[in-house]
Write a protein that binds this ligand. Structure first.
Ligand SMILES: [Zn+2]
Length: 203
């Protein structure tokens, strides 16, 4: 099986907001610039979910104690990128591996929209080392764009307005319906989407 357009689209689709974390950078005057990112774990889950664990491989070349190159192969297509960790990192090799994997994955478009999203300043507690206000993903992310387009068409708020699952008739938000319609051609709740994936894999 090849890396089809459909699979590529699923790979690059936005992550659930609960998967998105924010790293504080450029901390000054009680504020920090919030850099959105995802864990390597989230990338692995995406690959397993969309591609299937038997259809992708990762390989690592250790360049130094804190520099690694990841070769990521999906359905026979390989892309590679280098990852790096701070020398102060407690587990520099592990962090470099995570970084390299995420960078190689971005070359396939996985999570690329996060790096394109505008960086926003938030109030930051220097002593606790955490944001006072919870950062949210802003601007022209793929997800926002998709929702805005659908809003224009439907003239509704996609986050809160309600649709229903075409299979089990459970209530779902329009946001879920939009993504489902994109990938499954009909509005499905998360449970029925998962069943649809299994059916595709089995057929
Ligand atoms: Zn359902």
């Amino acid at each position: 099986m090849a890396l089809t357009k459909e699979l590529k689209e699923k790979l690059i689709s936005p992550f659930d907001t609960s998967e998105i974390k924010f790293k504080p950078t450029a901390i000054k005057d009680g504020k920090a610039l919030a850099l959105p990112y995802i864990d390597a774990r989230t990338v692995l889950d995406r690959l397993d979910e969309i591609i299937g664990s038997e259809n992708w491989q990762d390989e690592y070349d250790v360049v130094s104690s804190n520099q690694v190159i990841c070769k990521l192969t999906i359905h026979g297509t390989t892309k590679s990128d280098a990852g790096e960790a701070s020398t102060e990192d407690k587990e520099p090799l592990k962090s470099a591996v995570s970084d390299a994997l995420k960078r190689a994955a971005v070359k396939f478009g996985i999570g690329r929209y996060l790096y394109r999203s505008p960086k926003v300043w938030y109030r930051f507690d220097d002593k606790k080392g955490e944001f006072i206000d919870k950062p949210i993903l802003k601007g022209k992310s793929d997800e926002d764009h998709l929702i805005k387009t659908e809003n224009r068409n439907n003239n509704v708020n996609a986050h809160t307005a309600i649709s229903e699952c075409a299979v089990c008739r459970d209530k779902i938000t329009n946001r879920v319906a939009i993504f489902s319609k994109k990938y499954y051609q009909k509005p499905l709740c998360m449970k029925c989407q998962n069943l649809a994936i299994k059916e595709l894999e089995d057929s």
